[in-house]
Write a protein that binds this ligand. Structure first.
Ligand code: SF4
Ligand SMILES: [Zn+2]
Length: 330
């Protein structure tokens, strides 16, 4: 698969809606091909499938050709999001001189967003960033034990806080990602963890994006999922997180779940998934808790699921356990 992919071509590019200064606008999303996340060499994060996306020996010339492709597709969208399979501020992925060319190319945009691990966010690097930049920080959880043992993130919540405060004090934007339901957590634990993590991130975040865990290929989480030891979170849990946070944080709350409605992604009963996801999208723009007023006959099932998990003390996929049990009895 990797052999078919040219290092001088973008991995993907599409357009979608997002926000700039409180206004809904079109955004261009650019997925670059780079040498990949430095943390993958240390095993990577338990839910991350990016090792599949990275290549080796992507050169400066390749990255500049990717920029040309991105520019040829840019039709004046005021917001450009540039994702690598790691950190845009890692010199081994994107050298500083290449970064400068990307910034120059999109200097007329109102907002540029990219992701970075906190170790690359130093005062020296921050001083080179245009004021239109928002850095997305993958905090995932504010619980140090969850970060270390469940996510295997390789940094602490304090590292993210330092990076976020540095960016804010330099007038830059911060979008913080939280992971809803890291492995080994019940739904209830996951809701509580996301709510507490959002409160931790709020002082240094303009936006908090709650990302429900989506089971990616060739990951540790996929192994757990295949063995029935992990169920992706319910959409009701995501909605519950927003309900508890609404009106109590300053940051904009948002979520655009990948794989929503599928077994690997955040899902409910199947019948109500699209309605519930539409409600989440609407809320992400309006911040109006009334937009989350959606229901289904599976709400009691979600509540019973959480009760059962608490009684059994197990985060394994009880729906699947139950179905297997029925099959065995038949
Ligand atoms: S989640 Fe981010 S930090 Fe973790 S392995 Fe993937 S790209 Fe690297
Ligand atoms: Zn339902």
């Amino acid at each position: 698969m990797k052999g078919d992919r040219s290092p001088s071509e973008l991995e993907a590019l599409w357009k979608e809606d997002d926000m700039v200064c409180g206004e809904k606008v079109r955004a261009m999303v650019v997925i670059m091909r780079t040498n990949g996340c430095c943390w993958v060499k240390h095993g990577g994060c338990t839910m991350c499938g990016y090792r599949e996306a990275s290549l080796m020996n992507v050169t400066e010339g390749d990255l500049l050709k990717q920029l040309e492709q991105a520019l040829s597709r840019h039709k004046g969208e005021p917001f450009v999001k540039i994702y690598t399979s790691g950190s845009f501020l890692d010199d081994n992925e994107v050298p500083p001189q290449v970064r400068a060319k990307y910034f120059e190319a999109f200097k007329d945009c109102k907002r540029i967003l990219f992701e970075s691990r906190p170790e690359f966010i130093t005062p020296e690097v921050v001083s080179t960033l245009p004021k239109t930049v928002t850095v997305a920080l993958g905090l995932e959880s504010s619980d140090p034990d969850v970060l270390e043992t469940s996510v295997h993130k390789g940094f602490t919540p304090a590292d993210i806080k330092r990076a976020g405060e540095l960016l804010k004090s330099n007038g830059l934007g911060v979008r913080t990602y939280l992971l809803l339901k890291p492995p080994f957590m019940t739904e209830r634990m996951a809701i509580r963890d996301a709510v507490e993590s959002a409160r931790f991130a709020d002082p240094f975040s303009d936006e908090i994006s709650v990302n429900p865990l989506n089971v990616q290929r060739a990951t540790y989480v996929e192994r757990l999922w295949k063995r029935g030891e992990f169920r992706s979170p319910w959409i009701w849990s995501l909605i519950e997180v927003f309900r508890q946070l609404s009106g109590t944080v300053n940051a904009r709350l948002m979520s655009s779940p990948s794989g929503g409605g599928a077994q690997r992604g955040v899902h409910n009963c199947g019948e109500c998934d699209q309605r519930a996801l539409d409600a989440v999208e609407k809320f992400s723009y309006s911040q109006d808790v009334k937009d989350l007023d959606v229901t289904c006959s599976c709400v009691p099932k979600w509540q019973a699921y959480m009760e059962s998990e608490a009684i059994l003390g197990s985060p394994s996929d009880l729906e699947r356990d139950f179905e297997n049990e029925l099959v065995l009895r038949m």
